[in-house]
Design a protein around this ligand. Structure first.
Ligand code: ZN
Length: 60
């Protein structure tokens, strides 16, 4: 399942969501402020990245 990145227009938080391609145009709710004013960002794949770190926000 592809991963999509969204950015919240309300609090400017960016977050990632796994979901099917046929759901890619659905609005996603911001996990921080629970706003649906979110934009889907284009996925970018870089071929020369050597980074292995994946940052997760530790929401509580
Ligand atoms: Zn937000």
């Amino acid at each position: 399942m592809p991963i999509y990145e969204y950015k919240c227009k309300n609090c400017l938080n960016s977050f990632e969501v796994y979901k099917p391609i046929n759901k890619k145009d659905d609005k996603e709710k911001c996990p921080i402020c629970e706003s649906y004013e979110t934009d889907r960002l284009l996925s970018q794949f870089s071929s020369n990245s050597n980074m292995c770190n994946i940052s997760y926000s530790s929401g509580g």
